[in-house]
Design a protein around this ligand. Sequence first.
Ligand SMILES: [Zn+2]
Length: 209
Amino acid sequence: MAPDCSSFVFPNSSRTLRKKRRLAGDETYGPVQAGNDMARAAAFLLAVAVARGRYVVLENPSGSCIFSYLKTWLEVVPGAVKCIVHRCAYSNAPAGERWLKPYKFLAYGPGSLAGNWIWRAARRCRCPNGQMKLEASGVSGTPGLSASASYPKQLGEMLVKAWQWANDHQKDDDSYTYTSDSDSEMEASASSDDQSSDPDEFNPGAWQR
Ligand SMILES: [Zn+2]
């Protein structure tokens, strides 16, 4: 699920008035109301899916504060695995015409596999240095935000394949050694072929400011 991020990202924060201590923002502002409603609906559907033993994932740009806004709901749902992937890693565009744009996935699933199925779809930027002017500073400005909003086709396909793989292997679940809530193990598996072991390192969203 990818709830509308537009009211949860920094570029709109002067109107949404979302702040660290006021994550719900200005709820008299229509887009904030709509964003909050959609986010809570997504969290509810996610909880239902997990309760029914399904694999499910919530996605937003890594700088979106939707995950913080939903924290009190999401943290009671077991099996969460967080990962960051970069749009450019799924793009066939020439170097220099790709967006680095980091997406954040919060994946869940049953059993010991939990949300770790998401790693099968996870890729990080491997663009050659100096050949990605748009990537160097991340996505900025409205044109970039709009153009990078859609998933590259390859990312969509890999997500579906990972999800299918998880379903196909559910019956063998006991053979997996993943744990659902160990940051160190998650990072270890993430860094095996990544340039960075810190999934939060690429975070152009200025929410923390
Ligand atoms: Zn890249």
